[in-house]
Write a protein that binds this ligand. Structure first.
Ligand SMILES: C[S@@+](CC[C@H](N)C(=O)[O-])C[C@H]1O[C@@H](n2cnc3c(N)ncnc32)[C@H](O)[C@@H]1O
Length: 301
């Protein structure tokens, strides 16, 4: 997937690539290495990620601007960095391996740690707040909506019966015990979907996605390109619908609404989402769920 991203930006006009989720800086490193007429503005809401990105990109420091913030502020961040337009944009959504592997951040059901899950340590709501202060109905909704969890109600009842729940290990055990034995035989940890749901809710991941991709497309210059890497169906559904709409492909998507005539702002560079090869998935298991959608700006709409 890293190679796909670098290839995508190989033909964009000289200028700025906005890495809206810079994480440890892996993608930006490859982009900066591939062309010396590109600079990068990197955003992350996790200040620890920015420290890692700064170290990773040290050789290119003169071409890198790093900003602590959420990507729904990207228009202000780009203009604050003195740029009017961008040549490319990358969203590599979700959680980084660094965040998952650090048990103190509370993202992982595999390691014991505090139930935190905030990407931005300045934000107020933690997973512990949601788990201990939500009603059964609110928890069940959250597990179903953000985790596609079939046993959302059983899990919600089990959690409420065992509160207070303050550690990832205890939460993972409660979820595992709440799921019927036959379903535990399916691949993956039984708590995987519920942990994902809590993380998405704590970090408001889905709410800001559409408006942020929209903002980024408005900032792209004609011929500029964008790529979104999603890791679960909820994210990909939002991205797919928005991109199709901006490409002028969703004009009559409802029989109850009149057709809206719209000039295309982008063209899709692939009809379907691309997936990692088997080879890449075996080397990097996280990439096996990645869905990559890419596009090029063709008009101002
Ligand atoms: C999958 S990682 C990115 C990895 C990166 N592409 C690399 O090569 O190292 C996602 C990063 O995006 C950040 N992130 C997620 N949602 C964000 C948001 N709404 N605003 C800013 N950063 C966000 C996370 O903190 C995390 O560091």
């Amino acid at each position: 997937m890293a190679q796909n991203v670098t290839d995508l930006f190989s033909t964009v006009p000289s200028g700025t690539i906005l890495d809206a989720t810079i994480g440890g800086g892996g993608h930006s490193y490859e982009i900066l290495k591939s062309r010396n007429d590109l600079d990068v503005i990197g955003i992350d809401q996790d200040s620890e990620a920015l420290i890692a990105a700064e170290a990773k990109l040290a050789d290119f420091a003169a071409r890198v601007t790093l900003c602590h913030g959420r990507f729904d502020d990207l228009a202000d961040i780009v203009s604050g960095a003195g740029k009017q337009k961008i040549s490319g944009v990358l969203f590599d959504l979700g959680v980084s391996s660094y965040q998952l592997d650090n048990s103190q951040r509370g993202f992982s059901f595999r390691n014991d740690g505090p139930l935190d899950m905030r990407m931005n340590k300045d934000s107020k709501i933690t997973a512990q707040n949601l788990v201990n202060e939500s009603t059964v109905e609110e928890l069940a909704y959250l597990f179903q909506r953000y985790g596609d969890e079939r046993y959302s109600k059983r899990i919600a009842h089990a959690i409420v019966a065992k509160r207070p729940v303050e550690s990832t290990k205890l939460l993972a055990e409660i979820i595992r015990d709440a799921i019927p034995a036959r379903s535990k035989r399916s691949p993956g940890h039984p708590a995987r979907r519920s942990f994902q749901a809590l993380r998405i809710a704590v970090n408001c991941e889905l709410e800001i996605l559409e408006s942020s991709v929209h903002q980024a497309i408005d900032l792209l210059e004609i011929g500029g390109r964008g790529v979104v890497l999603s890791y679960h169906s909820g994210e990909d559904k939002i991205v797919k619908r928005l991109l199709r709409e901006l490409a002028g492909l969703n004009n009559s998507n409802s029989k109850y609404h009149p057709e809206i005539k719209q000039t295309a702002k982008i063209r899709l560079l692939a009809r379907k989402a691309e997936r990692a090869s088997n080879n890449e998935s075996s080397k990097n298991p996280r990439s096996s769920s990645a869905l990559l959608r890419k596009f090029e700006k063709v008009g101002e709409g």
